[in-house]
Write a protein that binds this ligand. Structure first.
Ligand code: ZN
Length: 144
């Protein structure tokens, strides 16, 4: 598994090349590892109407789910000034953490925040989104 984790960290760095970030100049790449073994990439896609912007992580999740993937093992995220090496760690925003919560096991889903090939931080979803609201909260509600 360590080999595939290393691979998604590298792929997340490459995915930054596909970022569309003319407004912030901050490119982000994500590589999402599905339980099937498939790796789905995403990049941030900005918009002149700023609120229509979507993050790299959600791009990857929505691509994967729309193509039939529903179970995930890990995600790697890299970010920094466009066309430059990362200058720090691009942690997932709150909205992306909540999207992860919808599909991922809090205790097992790994999040790698990548600065370079050898510099990265590793978290579990429960570390980055403690005391969260998720699908289990709605299990016992009546659906009318
Ligand atoms: Zn986000």
């Amino acid at each position: 598994m360590d080999d595939v984790f290393k691979k998604i960290r590298l792929v997340s760095m490459e995915a930054r090349n596909y970022s569309y970030c003319p407004y912030s100049g901050y490119s982000v790449g994500a590589a999402l590892l599905c339980e099937s073994g498939r790796i789905v990439v995403g990049s941030n896609i900005e918009n002149a109407s700023y609120s229509a912007t979507v993050c790299a992580e959600r791009t990857a999740f929505f691509k994967a789910v729309s193509e039939g993937e529903k179970k995930f093992t890990a995600i790697a995220i890299s970010g920094g000034p466009k066309d430059m090496e990362s200058d720090g760690y691009a942690y997932p925003c709150g909205i992306c953490r909540q999207v992860m919560r919808e599909f991922c096991d809090e205790e097992n889903f790994k999040i790698f925040v990548v600065k370079s090939e050898d510099e990265y931080e590793e978290y579990l979803l429960k570390d980055l989104l403690p005391k969260s609201f998720g699908p289990n909260n709605l299990q016992n509600t009546s659906k009318k």
